[in-house]
Design a protein around this ligand. Structure first.
Ligand code: FPP
Ligand code: MG
Length: 305
């Protein structure tokens, strides 16, 4: 009898050991970017430590002031798993939260993302509805008290042809902006519905309207009328999904010293290791410039290239 009781006790304690309790859910807004599929061989238990090591190491060097993303590959990510396209976009939104959280922990204050192009209105109506529905409900969610943007003191700006959105989506965009209007530590420019050529045409029209002498208009006057005028020059532009095109996104802003980086993973699958190379390139460029300046007599000549 004693032996049976002992065996039962052994069995139940072993079962308890094999089925650990689920970890408590993370607090609202506390989301983590995975390390990336190429580092999936590293035991999961080491991920939080590695992630915070990466963040601490990057924070020792210069960090970009403005990073932009063409979040491409949502549908392909869903289709390879036989999931509806809508799921790809929903996972894309979760990826956006994780990437933002990572960049904001690095104190990168300005982030611009291509959420919906004016051309996207030509997609299947069901897909357009799913994307607009996300704008209707999820934007306000990340702007509420205690959520991601409030934790980091960042404003949201929905930029582009907002007048093309249904009235209730426009109202949600205004509500999200109003919730974060007092934040001063950075800006999330959410481009929706946007194209760069439309932005430039609008900026040129506004500049002409303001000018007393159109012949005296300069590039700076036009730049001051772009939707992104309150953000600093664009340091890094990243496009996911293995496509190397700009697709009418930030053409004016990316024309000078922006680092362009095209990466293979689809947007929903983006991880820390995918974002590291452009961040390290930026740090290397800043350090090389600093060293070059030390050995230079007088200011560097601008060679244009
Ligand atoms: C491009 O992938 C992605 C989009 C058109 C939508 C991006 C939107 C989000 C990530 C979420 C935030 C959006 C809103 C509106 C709040 P794709 O659809 O072109 O996919 P594919 O390249 O695989 O065809
Ligand atoms: Mg695409």
């Amino acid at each position: 009898m004693l032996v049976i009781a002992y065996a039962v006790q052994l069995y139940t304690s072993a079962k308890r050991r094999r089925e650990p309790q689920d970890p408590p859910p993370p607090p609202a807004g506390d989301v983590h970017l995975p390390l990336s599929s190429c580092l999936s061989w590293i035991p999961t238990i080491c991920h939080p430590l590695l992630r915070s090591l990466v963040i601490h190491a990057l924070r020792l060097g210069p960090r970009p002031h403005h990073v932009a993303f063409i979040m491409d590959g949502n549908r392909r990510s869903a289709r390879v798993r036989n999931l509806p396209v809508r799921v790809g976009h929903e996972e894309g939104f979760e990826a956006l939260k994780r990437v933002l959280s990572f960049l904001l922990k690095l104190d990168i204050p300005h982030v611009t993302v291509y959420a919906f192009s004016i051309e996207n209105f030509n997609r299947d109506p069901g897909e357009v509805d799913a994307l607009l529905d996300m704008a209707r409900t999820r934007l306000v969610e990340i702007c509420q008290h205690g959520a991601l943007l409030q934790q980091h003191g960042v404003q949201i700006r929905v930029i582009g042809r907002r007048d093309l959105l249904p009235p209730d989506v426009q109202a949600s965009c205004s509500e999200a902006e109003a919730l974060t209007a007092q934040n001063t530590r950075g800006i999330l420019n959410l481009c929706c519905p946007y194209t760069s050529q439309e932005e430039m045409a609008t900026a040129i029209k506004r500049t002409i309207d303001q000018a007393s002498d159109p012949a005296a208009i300069t590039e700076d006057d036009i730049a001051a009328n772009l939707y992104t005028a309150d953000s600093p020059p664009l340091d890094i532009l990243i496009r996911t999904s293995g496509v190397s095109r700009l697709s009418d996104f930030l053409l004016w802003q990316a024309s000078e010293s922006t680092i362009l980086h095209f990466i293979i993973p689809n947007w929903p699958d983006i991880g820390v290791a995918d974002i590291l190379p452009p961040l390290l390139s930026y740090q290397a460029e800043v350090w090389v410039d600093k060293v070059a300046n030390v050995f230079r007599w007088g200011p560097a000549a601008d060679t244009g290239l």
